[in-house]
Design a protein around this ligand. Structure first.
Ligand code: PEP
Ligand code: MG
Length: 548
């Protein structure tokens, strides 16, 4: 038996086989090279291997699902040997003296952008293909396995998924019934994969370390999300102890479920809203199962991830309508797409950024690409007639951004009016308070919107200058959250003065040690992972704000 420790992001226990996920983008560093001829020889070798792998994939896919699905591998084979692609990579190596991996990566990105900007739909689709072949070549060169990638990316039986770290675009593609738990060798507790594990209500550990090596692929394991421990090939005594612990945990959950239908009211009579965060219809079902009063944050960007092009208006309107209908008149706050930072999409042709968390992200993207935001707003307005919808904007830093948003909202409404399409005309709009700038300007911002919702994940990252993706920085986090709490207090005070409501939808909302402080600040709503709704209700009901 091997015992490893990590940081737990969801308290539950699971047992199953380990499945090593080998997807993920290979990234190349730039460095100068002396022997250019050797680089070009390596390039020729990597192309030969890629063509062979693609040939194998073609044959296997053809056998399994037919020619139409296999055709893509033939196209990729041709692209790997495309004279323009090959010349561009060789040119970079020859003229700039850079390493082959870097030349492949940059060529892939440049050509992908070029394809993306083309009128012809067929050519636009090639943008993803050129990225794929570059990734394949990079993985061959860096020794990562890809030959069986199309089979290996998803487990065939329910498994505990192991990865260095997972991008949100990868996580959303994993079918839920196949995931028993997550183990990240790196990762951090506020990363989106951690958030997703919480929203799925499954045990997950981050920062497990490199000792969890691929030699354990397929081994049976138990994840104890209470203690943050992983047991690989557990012995009989450990299995028995874990079985008992799991039974205890299930009894606790059953007890929490007796609180369904009860109010979120403190002993001295203060009532607050406890809502759920969601990203999919499965999350919405989980929110209902856990008796959430509404959806306090629907991360709409999830709909944009793991696909080849942005979801069109129809697709979006249909998804939002389904969410609203399922929630049967309860409040639903949909946040406009928070794309960027770690939530990358290939099809927008965005430039690579040195500091993506400080880059073209969330509302900035919508303000730069107005059509993207307008399409989403049209879909939201159309869906708004099916329930109680509010719209929320992420990453706001100034009143001017809200003025610009108002123009786009107006355009979207005018268009719908002109086209005679029915839509909800007066939806409440709010903003996330997740930058220090928004908290500091919350007096002015409060006069412009109907509500605030504090995103403590980003507010912590930007206030403490602490990359939320980097688990190694956890020791620099402030366990008392002092600076962040001051900013929340400021926003809460300004919300109260302006007569608007304020909620918290970041991960701190679920921390029972902070609930009393939040309520004393005047927070009206807490929105948490569906599986945390009832434990938060229990916490609220045991508080007495009349004391002290
Ligand atoms: C936050 O930043 O706290 C938040 C809720 O948004 P996200 O985690 O999606 O960035
Ligand atoms: Mg955020």
């Amino acid at each position: 038996m091997k015992v490893l420790e990590g940081k737990s992001v969801f308290r539950d226990i699971c047992e199953g086989p380990l499945f090593f996920y080998r997807g993920g983008e290979a990234l190349a560093e730039r460095h100068p090279v002396e022997d250019k001829a050797e680089e070009l020889e390596r390039f020729a070798r990597a192309r030969r291997i890629a063509v062979m792998q693609l040939g194998e994939l073609y044959d296997r896919t053809m056998e399994d699902v037919g020619a139409a699905n296999a055709a893509i591998f033939e196209i990729h084979q041709m692209m790997v040997e495309d004279p323009e692609y090959v010349a561009s990579v060789e040119n970079m190596v020859n003229t700039q003296g850079v390493n082959l991996e870097y030349a492949i990566q940059i060529t892939g990105e440049n050509m992908s952008r070029m394809f993306h900007s083309m009128e012809d739909a067929y050519m636009r689709e090639r943008a993803q293909d050129v990225r794929d072949i570059s990734q394949r070549l990079l993985k061959i060169l860096t020794g990562q396995k890809t030959s069986k990638a199309f089979r290996q990316e998803f487990p065939e039986e329910p498994s505990i998924i192991v990865a260095d770290d997972l991008m949100p675009s990868e996580t959303v593609q994993l079918s839920r019934h196949l995931v028993l738990g997550f183990l990240m060798r790196r990762g951090s507790t506020d990363s989106h994969t951690a958030i997703l594990a919480r929203s799925m209500g499954i045990p997950a550990l981050v920062c497990v370390g490199q000792e969890l090596s691929e030699e354990y692929d397929g081994s049976r394991a138990i994840v104890d999300g209470y203690a943050g421990i992983l047991y690989v090939e557990p012995d009989a005594a450990t299995r028995e102890a874990m079985r008992e612990k799991k039974e205890q945990s299930d009894r606790h959950v059953a007890m929490l479920h007796t609180l369904k239908g009860q109010e979120n009211v403190t002993r001295d009579g203060r009532c607050i809203k406890v809502f759920a965060n969601a990203g999919s219809l499965e999350d919405v079902e989980a929110a209902l199962l856990n008796d959430a009063g509404g959806i306090g944050l629907l991360r709409s960007e999830i709909l944009y991830l793991g696909r080849d092009s942005a979801p069109d208006e129809e697709t979006q309107a249909d998804f939002y309508r389904q969410v609203l209908e399922r929630m049967q008149g309860r409040e639903v706050v949909i946040r406009t797409m928070d794309i960027g930072a770690d939530k990358k999409v290939p099809y927008l042709g965005l430039e690579r950024e040195a500091n993506p968390a400080l880059g073209l992200r969330a509302i900035r993207l919508g303000l730069q690409n107005r059509e993207l935001l307008r399409t989403q707003l049209r879909a939201l307005y159309r869906a708004g007639i099916y329930g109680k919808l509010s719209i929320m904007y992420p990453m706001i830093t100034s009143p001017e951004e809200i003025e610009k948003i108002r123009e786009i909202e107006e355009e979207a409404r005018r268009e719908l009016d002109r086209e005679g399409i029915p839509f909800a005309k007066n939806l409440p709009t709010g903003i996330m308070i997740e930058t220090p700038a928004a908290a500091l300007l919350s007096d002015r911002l409060a006069e412009m919107v109907d509500f605030f919702s504090v995103g403590t994940n980003d507010l912590t990252q930007y206030t403490l200058a602490l990359d939320r993706q980097n688990g190694a920085l956890a020791c620099f986090d402030d366990p008392e959250h002092r600076a962040v709490m001051k900013l929340i207090e400021m926003a809460a005070e300004n919300a109260r003065r302006a007569g608007i409501w304020i909620g918290i939808c970041g991960e701190l909302a679920a921390d029972p040690a902070l609930t009393e402080q939040f309520l004393r600040m005047g927070i009206d709503e807490l929105s948490v992972a569906p599986a945390s709704v009832l434990s938060l209700r229990q916490r609220v009901r045991e508080l007495d704000l009349g004391k002290k």
